[in-house]
Write a protein that binds this ligand. Structure first.
Ligand SMILES: Cc1cc2nc3c(=O)[nH]c(=O)nc-3n(C[C@H](O)[C@H](O)[C@H](O)COP(=O)(O)O)c2cc1C
Length: 231
């Protein structure tokens, strides 16, 4: 990216990146299910895109003030997209008071974008437990040590980690300690009403294919209306 900073209070991007994906997508070429289409794209980009599971999630307060951050997609099941976090964090507080979210992935190496809008639900404790057990020891301890999104003092988190290690007997001699799932930690599932697949094309005339959930179709086996959108 070429940038120029002509004055201390300005930043201008002068480059005009071009996108030219060789493939095309159309409402008839994509899968009838956006979940299947997402799986196809992730399979195609893995090994090319360094961290395809990194996604932006936007939440909003009760009054509609938005905030975004990146998280990692960990599961896609038949209902939706699942990520894991602290249930007392800013994003979780916002999801509790306004259970809607928007997701976005940008896979630069292949000029593709995916967007999702949907309702959110907490996954079950059993599902969170199953995932928590699969995490490396350090990440399980880290979940206990962090009161995510709280204002803290310098060094506070290191002190909390020491306390957690002592509590669970992780001292270098017992590193196989069974660390339980914290009650304040787990997964959220975004159940999409809308999914869009985007491919970058020359002259900004990109391919955009959007799936809209047919409102009366069921949560586990939804039907989708598939349309092309103007770039
Ligand atoms: C690539 C990437 C992946 C991340 N994955 C997660 C994640 O899966 N869960 C999580 O809670 N935070 C994750 N984070 C940290 C979040 O972006 C954020 O800092 C944190 O969750 C606090 O957000 P909040 O205060 O809005 O709740 C990730 C950050 C990056 C850059």
């Amino acid at each position: 990216m070429d940038v120029i900073i002509p004055a201390p209070d300005q930043l201008k991007v002068l480059s005009h990146n071009q996108y030219n994906t060789p493939e095309h997508i159309s409402p008839t070429s994509v899968s009838p299910s956006p979940f299947e289409q997402f799986r196809t794209w992730v399979t195609e980009v893995q090994g090319i895109v360094p961290e395809p599971e990194a996604m932006s999630i936007s939440t909003a307060t009760r009054t509609g003030i938005p905030s975004s951050r990146f998280v990692l997609l960990k599961q896609l099941d038949k209902r939706g997209f699942v990520f894991f976090t602290n249930y007392t964090s800013r994003k979780s507080k916002e999801l509790l008071e306004n259970p809607h979210a928007a997701l976005a992935w940008y896979w630069k190496e292949v000029s593709r974008q995916v967007r999702v809008v949907g309702r959110v639900e907490k996954i079950t404790k059993e599902e969170s437990e199953e995932y928590f057990k699969s995490r490396p020891l350090g990440s399980r301890l880290g979940a206990w040590a962090s009161e995510q999104s709280k204002v803290i003092a310098e060094g506070e988190v290191a002190g909390r980690l020491k306390d957690v290690e002592a509590r669970f007997g992780v001292d270098g001699t017992r590193v196989d300690a069974d660390i339980p799932l914290p009650e304040f930690w787990g997964g959220w599932r975004i159940v999409p009403d809308e999914v869009e697949f985007w491919m970058g094309k020359p002259s900004r005339l990109h391919d955009r294919i959007r799936y809209l959930r047919v409102p009366e179709s069921s949560g586990d086996a939804p039907e989708w209306k598939i349309e092309r959108l103007s770039p």
